[in-house]
Design a protein around this ligand. Structure first.
Ligand code: ZN
Length: 258
């Protein structure tokens, strides 16, 4: 049976384990300690590592995992990834050994310059591992890229099949939705999502994954082109916004100080 398991790390990171039987691939292991503890407890053997970008809270655990067992490490060609054996970039298709899963690599610059995402089917469902680019209810900060790049990256992810499950790198949903509600206070869909996600957190459950359909309906950073969202961004910025990129940039600035 195919299963995707969250391994919590640090304050709010998720390391994802894609498991088939007693073999598993690990996405963005920022810390080896909780991964090794989970593997030892469950009897699952690691078969590969996939990294989305170079930040320490996504790749810091790779050396310690490799010290226990050598395995392929897929990572963005344009970034420095410890232990990387397979440098990949947009347009590449990879087959992850052990779990025999196929993923398309998508270039999603913005949060970092060489950030990539992995999209494919796992257990019969389309899934996306997007690191710190698209968050549930939000998006990553622009540390190394421009608003143009990030808007293009998010638009590419937003164009994936609506049923795609979105596995991002952090549990930020409730804070993101507080901002989303400031942008679109009258959205019934957003209000309903906020209540559902709050209930999950109250039960101690992750709010990740979501779906591309839900993100398109409620995530302001996928909705910068929607007239009401652009109007809200313009009202907050105090000036007119010429296009979708300007609208996205104003939303990102607003969120930075929200
Ligand atoms: Zn990051």
């Amino acid at each position: 049976m195919a299963e995707i398991i969250p391994i919590p790390a640090f304050a709010d990171n998720y390391i994802w384990l894609l498991r088939i039987g007693d073999v598993g691939a690990i996405v963005d292991p920022g810390d080896a300690v909780p991964v090794i503890a989970f593997l030892d407890r469950s009897g699952i053997s690691p078969c590969a590592i996939l990294a989305t970008h170079h930040h320490g809270d996504h790749v810091g655990g790779i050396p310690a995992l490799l010290a226990r067992r050598q395995m392929p490490v897929f990572g963005p060609a344009r970034e420095k990834i410890p232990g990387r054996t397979q440098a990949v970039s947009g347009g590449d298709r990879i087959v992850v050994p052990g779990i025999d899963a196929t993923f398309d690599v998508i270039d999603v610059p913005g949060h970092t310059a060489g950030h990539i995402a992995y999209f494919g089917e796992f257990g019969g469902t389309p899934v996306l591992f997007c690191g710190d680019t698209l968050f549930t209810g939000g998006c990553g900060r622009l540390f190394e890229g421009t608003p143009e790049q990030m808007w293009a990256s998010l638009s590419a992810l937003g164009a994936l099949p609506p049923e795609t499950r979105v596995y991002c790198g952090h549990e930020y949903t409730l804070a993101n939705l507080r901002f989303a509600l400031a942008v679109e206070p009258a959205s019934a869909e957003l209000g309903a999502r906020n209540r559902r996600e709050q209930a999950k957190r109250d039960r101690g459950e992750p709010t990740v994954p979501s779906t591309i359909a839900l993100e398109r309906a409620t995530n302001p950073f996928l909705r910068a082109h929607v007239p009401g969202v652009r109007a809200a961004a313009a009202a907050h910025a105090g000036h007119a916004l010429a296009d979708d990129v300007a609208s996205f940039a104003a939303l990102r600035e607003w969120k930075n100080t929200f």
